[in-house]
Design a protein around this ligand. Structure first.
Ligand SMILES: Cc1cc2nc3c(=O)[nH]c(=O)nc-3n(C[C@H](O)[C@H](O)[C@H](O)COP(=O)(O)OP(=O)(O)OC[C@H]3O[C@@H](n4cnc5c(N)ncnc54)[C@H](O)[C@@H]3O)c2cc1C
Length: 393
């Protein structure tokens, strides 16, 4: 049995949040890295608006950039659930590092593991697992929720395609060297012309455009990508020509669980900060956590977080077990992003005025939580998926 199969077998007998020995060791190592190396850099990375090079290198050294890639490709040979644990633990300290690792694993590597032929896997997965950052480029200025309306075009020239268009909002755009990028190779066929390509940063005609100045996850880069007669070799088609819509839907179905993990990590960071602060802060001659009104708010936050965590863990374990998980993934993302917004907002209130300033960590958790309702499908899009699956239309 493979490591992943053993983990699945073992997990059947366990409560959802009880980790196997391997999972626990993995979680502890990520936590140690987050506490020891990331926490002291969070403020500077946030102010400077970029990730520290040492942190990115550490992510590769720890095997966090190729969690599901097998050892043959230099990866860790872990499960999807482990990727979820990593994103949660990192986001508890810094959601920007969380999404850096999340996009690499749940979108870029996942698409390649699932759809690439052996040659592409050998060439790109091994680089992604060990040294190169990846990005996932679907959205454009005019196509977000309506992703299949994308305007980037790919013209077949025999041994290569020529791509023209602009991508917008691309996470890791500044650091990435390998892009899973979607373009329409046959606009007359509508969405059935959409094709996924692997594009390298150094391909002629490819450049990185404007970097966004954002509300939250400020150390995570979000950029425009520009394709001007960008020549992409034919062998870099990921999956089949005209099947890119399937690559994008199926990858994002999994990716959403990763965003759920980012959200429960953020919420846990904020709750832990609030628990500690309310014990220290004295008013009316005692700790504010001695007031039942404050205790009830903390209890509500913890309960909501527990529900969100159960949903995220369940969706991830369903995915690893090969069960249908699309509805559960959409529900987990929807619920956990709402929970994170509420929990982080309540944490600010429990800090009082101190919660509103940048000397304390909770305002950042709140700003970071907002993105959960937007990327990898807005909350309305999650509701649409859930509705479709429960109503059956
Ligand atoms: C920080 C950040 C990072 C991102 N990273 C990436 C990335 O790495 N790769 C990538 O490809 N994209 C990325 N995105 C893009 C993201 O996925 C899109 O922003 C998102 O899908 C929403 O698209 P939109 O911004 O065009 O909003 P729109 O689609 O214009 O939506 C605007 C509003 O209309 C609502 N709406 C739209 N259609 C419907 C409908 N049919 N029914 C009900 N409501 C509807 C939406 O729910 C939303 O509230 C990122 C975005 C951000 C902000």
């Amino acid at each position: 049995m493979t490591q992943v199969q053993t983990a699945i077998e073992e997990s059947f007998a366990r409560p959802l949040t009880t980790l196997s020995e391997d999972e626990q060791m993995f979680r502890d190592s990520v936590r140690e890295f987050a506490e020891g190396e990331i926490r002291k850099r969070v403020e500077a990375m946030e102010e400077q608006g970029h990730l520290d090079l040492a942190i990115m290198k550490h992510c590769f050294d720890l095997g966090l950039m190729g969690i599901e890639a097998t050892e043959e490709f230099g990866g860790s040979g872990g499960s999807f659930f482990q990727a979820i644990l990593a994103v949660e633990e990192l986001s508890r300290v810094d959601a920007s590092v969380g999404v850096f690792v999340d996009v690499q694993n749940t979108l870029v590597n996942n698409a390649i593991i699932r759809w690439a032929n052996p040659d592409l896997k050998k060439k790109y997965l091994s680089q992604l697992a060990t040294e190169k950052v990846g990005a996932y480029a679907l959205s454009e200025a005019g196509s977000g929720s309506d992703a299949f309306a994308l305007q980037t075009r790919a013209v077949d020239q025999g041994d290569h395609f020529v791509l023209n268009g602009h991508k917008l909002w691309i996470t890791n755009g500044k650091e990435a060297e390998i892009f899973v990028l979607f373009a329409n190779a046959n606009p007359d066929a509508g969405y059935r012309g959409i094709t996924a390509f692997i594009v390298e940063k150094n391909f002629a005609g490819f450049s990185v455009g404007k970097k966004e100045n954002k509300l939250g996850i400020r150390a995570s880069s979000t950029t425009e990508l520009i394709l001007e007669d960008c020549k992409v070799p034919r062998e870099n088609v990921l999956g089949e020509i005209g099947r890119g819509y399937k690559v994008s839907i199926e990858t994002l179905n999994e990716g959403r669980i990763g965003i759920g993990a980012q959200m429960i990590g953020i919420a846990r960071g904020a709750l832990e900060a609030a628990l500690s602060y309310t014990k220290e802060r004295q008013q009316f001659g005692k700790s504010i956590s001695d007031f039942q009104g404050v205790q009830f708010q903390l209890a509500d936050m913890a309960t909501e977080l527990e529900a969100a965590r159960l949903m995220v863990y369940n969706a991830a374990r369903m995915k690893d077990a090969g069960q249908a998980f699309v509805k559960e993934a959409a529900m987990a993302k929807l619920f956990s992003s709402r929970a994170a917004e509420r929990i982080t907002s309540k944490a600010i209130e429990l800090y009082g005025g101190y919660g509103y300033v940048k000397d304390y960590p909770v305002e950042k958790y709140w700003r970071d939580s907002k993105i959960g309702a937007i990327y990898e499908g807005t909350s309305n899009m999650q509701l649409q998926t859930i509705a479709k699956l429960i109503i059956g239309k």
